[in-house]
Design a protein around this ligand. Structure first.
Ligand code: TPP
Length: 520
């Protein structure tokens, strides 16, 4: 076996079955090994930001890492924004970064770069393999390091890839598991909640499962605490049959107001809430001064166990959870706008769908309206770096081929990684892209006034950089140009018809929803 074959075999032996890639010359032995080693699905993406977002979407739904294959420092650099989102969402990922042969580095050839410097800020674990004999062991350790929520980056020099590895592949690593939370810590949290006047339980982080939500609702009832989620948990099992959980608003002023009376705030899987940005005269921390904040469990802890024990201590079994009924919105009529689009989504969303939300201001009604829609999973943009939605939909669809993926996508956000459509077509993924075409960076218009810049009113130059309407973008043409079927909806009736048809068939499609900005 050469180094690349031993690497690939080791990844497969460790349950890494998908590689999202955009390779180059230094990765050719890895590419060659794909035909020699069974068990790795290789998915070509036409920009590294697509493949890292896809690896994130995959990990969230498969609950295990995919690998990426990246071309030296520049390829890794292109992938960074969505690795950042994955890191914020506690998604595991194994990045394989090809590099020049070890002896070639001293010549500083054009693609030579400081890979460690580029990888460092987004990687929990980093290693460059020194010899072909090391690569399989390093690969095994990289999967263990990625675990259930970390980013591992392993550099594969070309001579390590093509050299002989007499030791061959490694077997399965012992994978880390979430840490149980100590009983006395849970007892202390239970005490605080019992004595709180206005306690808040806030859940979030990697995933809110349906079961966790229901138990949390019982716990809230048992101790009289409000049950909330952070604003952007990575994955959330929602819809009919899930617990009623209040979501912390995005806008800092509203979030501060929501928590103004809290005297005890217990976080579960997420950090204490902070404002997304700083604004003049708005506090960074959302909870009021004097509110005691404590974590029941962090993202690396066993959330299920912590909730079980907390529930026992507070007598949660004696209480019924607040449950969302199945009560989808009526199919709307008339103008197509953010509100009617939300109603259409809620009305026609099929059971077990995966909703990827990068709809920005236009998907504002979609989230509340779908709380009583058919049961589904909802994925959020965790790191605020746009250009994630279409790639994440690719990854989610590959992780769950039997589930419908609905990608809510702002027109501005779509243009960062629009070539994801090509991968959807090539892999025939069951994704319906709902493209909210408001021809604006609408959220930035709001943010402009909120920051108080230029008295809150943009001048003509400032206004022009928030407007993406000229030239007008033809999203149906772009989709068709990449092999994805596309239609355009300009009324609620058209969207009803096109969205319901999309839900009834398999395969990728895009619906270009022409609507006004929600904030106008
Ligand atoms: C990588 C990155 N670049 C820039 C931004 C700043 N930004 C936030 S929202 C946004 C525009 C979003 O536009 P669109 O998707 O059309 O949604 P809308 O605001 O119109 O609802 C931009 C440019 C960002 N968050 N991430």
């Amino acid at each position: 076996m050469n180094g690349a074959e031993s690497l690939l075999t080791t990844l497969v032996n460790n349950g890494v079955e998908v590689c999202f890639t955009n390779p180059g010359t230094s990765e050719m032995h890895f590419v060659a090994a794909l035909d020699e080693v069974e068990g790795m699905r290789c998915v070509l993406c036409l920009f590294e930001g697509v493949l890292s977002g896809a690896a994130d979407g995959y990990a969230r739904m498969a609950r295990k890492p995919a690998s990426t294959l990246l071309h030296l420092g520049p390829g890794l650099g292109n992938a960074l924004a969505n690795i950042h989102n994955a890191k914020k969402g506690h998604s595991p990922m194994v990045n394989i970064v090809g590099d020049h042969a070890t002896y070639h580095l001293e010549y500083d050839a054009p693609l030579t770069a400081d890979i460690e410097g580029i990888a460092g800020p987004v990687s929990h674990w980093y290693r460059s393999s020194a010899t072909p004999a090391d690569i399989a062991v390093d690969a095994k350790e990289s999967v263990a390091a990625a675990g259930f929520g970390s980013i591992a980056t392993l550099v594969l020099p070309a001579d390590v890839s093509w050299g002989d590895n007499p030791g061959g592949a490694e077997g399965a690593a012992e994978l880390p598991v979430p840490a149980p939370v100590a009983d006395d810590h849970i007892a202390a949290v239970a005490d605080k909640l019992r004595n709180a006047s206005n306690g808040v339980l806030m859940i979030g982080g990697r995933e809110i499962t349906r079961e966790q939500g229901l138990l949390l609702s019982r716990i809230g009832k048992a101790c009289g605490a409000r049950v909330m989620s952070e604003t952007f948990p990575a994955r959330w099992g929602r819809g009919a049959g899930s617990a009623v959980i209040e979501r912390l608003p995005y806008l800092a002023e509203m979030a501060v107001d929501t928590l103004k009376d809290a005297d005890v705030l217990v976080t579960i899987g997420c950090a204490a809430p902070v404002s997304f940005f700083a604004y003049p005269n708005v506090p960074s921390a959302i909870a009021p001064d004097g509110c005691e904040q404590l974590a029941l469990a962090g993202p690396a802890d066993d959330i299920g166990q912590a909730l079980e024990v907390l529930g026992e201590k507070l007598g949660a079994a004696d209480h019924q959870p607040d449950v969302n009924p199945l009560q989808p919105a009526e199919a709307p009529t008339g103008d197509l706008d953010a509100m009617t689009a939300g109603a259409t989504l809620a009305h026609f969303l099929p059971e077990n769908a995966i909703v990827v939300d990068e709809g920005a201001t236009s998907s504002i009604a979609c989230f509340p309206m779908t709380s009583t829609a058919a049961p589904h999973d909802w994925l959020n943009l965790t790191g605020g770096s746009i250009g994630w939605g279409l790639p994440a939909a690719v990854g989610a669809a590959i992780a769950c081929p039997d589930r419908k993926v609905v990608c809510l996508e702002g027109d501005g956000s779509a243009m960062y990684t629009i070539q994801s459509l090509w991968t959807m077509a090539r892999e025939n993924l069951d994704v319906c892209v709902v493209l909210f075409n408001n021809r604006k960076y609408s959220i930035l218009e709001l943010e402009f006034s909120r920051t108080g810049a230029r008295g809150g009113t943009p001048g003509p130059k400032a206004a022009s950089v928030l407007d993406i309407g000229s030239p007008e973008m033809d999203f149906t043409a772009m989709a068709r140009g990449m092999g994805v079927e596309a239609t355009q909806a300009t009324t609620a009736e058209e969207f009803n018809e096109q969205f319901s048809a999309a839900m009834a068939r398999k395969g990728p499609c895009l619906i270009d929803c022409v609507l006004p900005t929600f904030l106008s």
